[in-house]
Design a protein around this ligand. Structure first.
Ligand SMILES: Nc1nc2c(c(=O)[nH]1)N[C@H]1C(S)=C(S)[C@@H](COP(=O)(O)O)O[C@H]1N2
Ligand SMILES: [Mo]
Length: 265
């Protein structure tokens, strides 16, 4: 069940989370210096190895069963969202010619590949979801954000994309029926991200066409952007031109600059 909170409850919760994060940070530093001096297992000190294994189970539990965190109060309609990052956005003019291309089977030779092409109109006709979530940038700011569009899991279910057998995805199917990674790219190829499939299936992960009650502006990534609130903002690619699936981790702009690829909050 999703918990609705009033503003005072949300502030108290945020303060507690902040203190907990501080404590976790201190323990993390102490723990890391201990862990890094332990014996190696396949080149990785063993405490980190087992943490990695425990993490895998943790993420599957968090994302795999569709659990939702607390929802902050929705911002007033029309609230201006902060703008951050404009790589891949220097497109001017009408969105009439915009199309979303999805490559279903990227590992095949280009000539032998099935591409699906979507107009904005087709995306508007898929089941729509609206939700509010705290949006966090790695630079240290955050804000509650309402956004509307198609859940990525609903997009897969509606199109039959993302599964190895081309049959529509549904939560009753094993995760292994899906490709492990999703890549997203701006129309000009300048900004690109990749994500694990579990995070893409989270019920708050949306291909968004509107934010805070208004259609997306160009600077926020019109006509279609990703919102993935279980990750830092760097993963929420604005102006999606192409989506593809893969079993090997696709390129990621900020991971190439040395940022943590997983980018979990
Ligand atoms: N195409 C594109 N998408 C992008 C970026 C960018 O530079 N180009 N920046 C990212 C970063 S770092 C953040 S925090 C969010 C900010 O989204 P906003 O401008 O809607 O607040 O967009 C993300 N998506
Ligand atoms: Mo960011």
């Amino acid at each position: 069940m999703e918990t609705k909170m009033n503003k005072a409850q949300w502030r108290r919760k945020s303060r507690r989370a902040f203190l907990a994060a501080g404590a976790a940070g201190v323990l993390g530093v102490l723990g890391a210096s201990w862990a890094l001096t332990r014996r190696d297992e396949w080149g990785i000190p063993w405490p980190l190895r087992s943490a990695q294994r425990a993490n895998e189970t943790l993420w599957r539990n968090i994302y795999g069963n569709g659990r939702l965190g607390a929802t902050p109060p929705a911002p007033e309609p029309g609230t201006e969202a902060r703008v951050n990052g404009d790589i891949g956005l220097d497109y001017e003019g009408s969105h009439a010619s915009w199309r979303l291309t999805v490559n279903a089977q990227p590992e095949r030779e280009a000539g032998n590949r099935r591409d699906s092409v979507f107009t904005l109109d087709r995306i508007h006709k898929m089941p729509q979801t609206e939700t509010t979530e705290l949006f966090k940038c790695i630079e240290g700011w955050s804000m509650p954000l309402s956004y509307r569009g198609v859940r990525f899991s609903d997009f897969l279910a509606a199109t039959g994309l993302g599964t190895r057998d081309g049959q529509p995805w549904s939560p009753s199917r094993p995760l292994a029926d899906l490709y492990r990674y999703v890549g997203l790219v701006t129309p000009d190829g300048a900004y690109y991200v990749s994500l694990d499939m579990e995070s893409m299936l989270h019920p708050k992960t949306i291909l968004a066409t509107a934010m805070n009650g208004a259609p997306l502006s160009d600077e926020h990534g019109a006509p279609l952007r990703l919102i993935v609130p279980v990750k830092y903002g760097i993963k929420s690619l604005k102006r999606i031109g192409r989506i593809f699936f893969s079993d090997t981790q696709p390129p990621d702009y900020w991971a190439e600059q040395g940022y943590d690829w997983y980018a979990a909050l």
